[in-house]
Design a protein around this ligand. Structure first.
Ligand SMILES: [Zn+2]
Length: 280
């Protein structure tokens, strides 16, 4: 009898522990990959952080589920990139604060891709750290220290991108128009096949003009991202005999990138290596 009771008691304890765990709510909710990484680098283990947009999902087209909206509603802080991108995060009426990471960035009208420039990523990390420090004053000093060490890594990346300014050939072709901040900050010229939203297909005349531009500049490479539709890039690459080279917008991590332990810093380093094949 005693043995039976013991056996019954174990699952009950496990069940209770399970309930307690699922009942714990994240204090901070981030929208997508770079916001999650920047925030995690700042808070460490001091507060719980949960990310909303899953890996492999396109942030431009994303809409949160009812459950995710509930999670955001309960959050002490929501960290999102910009009012132009995660409009759904801006709309949530959460009990705490909302942090628009790009609020201090000198914006290019209508273009949300601020994080793809390390210079702007530095601004965003400092904004997130200072706003979270106001919300969690006991952890302010830790956040500042952590932010400073992450910013040091970003500054190293920034100085490496700065070397592109000395190149003679500064034009590069991308599938998804996501590199305007990077181009502005490091003196490059991006020609994009698709628009700001990678799911929108370019017109035939856009493709024809691109062919002309590519020939004129003697460009052989077209940059595309794994997460978006690369058929357009493939078509163009084939018709002008160009090479396809991968580039990352860090809008999400693929399963393979996750397995490799990739993150914003490693993927931006890969971008620099990839760009150097064209920017010379
Ligand atoms: Zn994008």
């Amino acid at each position: 009898m005693k043995k039976i009771l013991m056996l019954l008691a174990i699952p009950a304890v496990l069940l209770l522990a399970g309930c307690q765990k699922s009942a714990s709510k994240p204090e901070v909710v981030t929208t997508f990959e770079p916001m999650y990484e920047f925030t995690k680098a700042i808070v460490g283990d001091k507060v719980d952080v949960e990310n909303i947009v899953p890996a492999n999902q396109e942030v431009h087209e994303f809409e949160p589920s009812a459950k995710q909206v509930a999670t955001m509603t309960n959050a002490e802080a929501i960290v999102y990139n910009s009012n132009d991108l995660e409009k759904w995060a801006k709309k949530v009426n959460n009990k705490g604060i909302k942090i628009e990471a790009s609020k201090d960035v000198d914006k290019i009208s209508g273009d949300p891709h601020t994080w793809i420039s390390p210079k702007q990523a530095i601004i965003e990390v400092n904004t997130i750290a200072s706003e979270l420090g106001k919300k969690f004053p006991d952890d302010k000093a830790t956040f500042e220290k952590n932010a400073a060490s992450y910013v040091a890594k970003l500054k190293k990346l920034d100085s490496e991108f700065d070397t592109l300014k000395d190149a003679k050939q500064k034009t590069f072709i991308t599938q998804h128009e996501a590199f305007a901040y990077l181009s502005r900050d490091y003196g490059l010229k991006e020609i994009a096949i698709a628009g700001l939203d990678p799911e929108v297909e370019p017109s035939a005349s856009t493709l024809a003009n691109l062919k002309v531009e590519m020939k004129k500049a003697g460009l052989k490479n077209v940059y595309f991202e794994g997460n978006a539709n690369s058929k357009i890039a493939e078509t163009l690459a084939k018709s002008v005999g160009a090479n396809l080279i991968g580039i990352n917008t860090v809008e999400g991590l693929s399963d393979e990138q996750k397995k490799n332990g990739d993150n914003y810093l490693t993927l931006m380093q890969d971008n620099l290596t990839a760009l150097k094949k064209t920017i010379k």
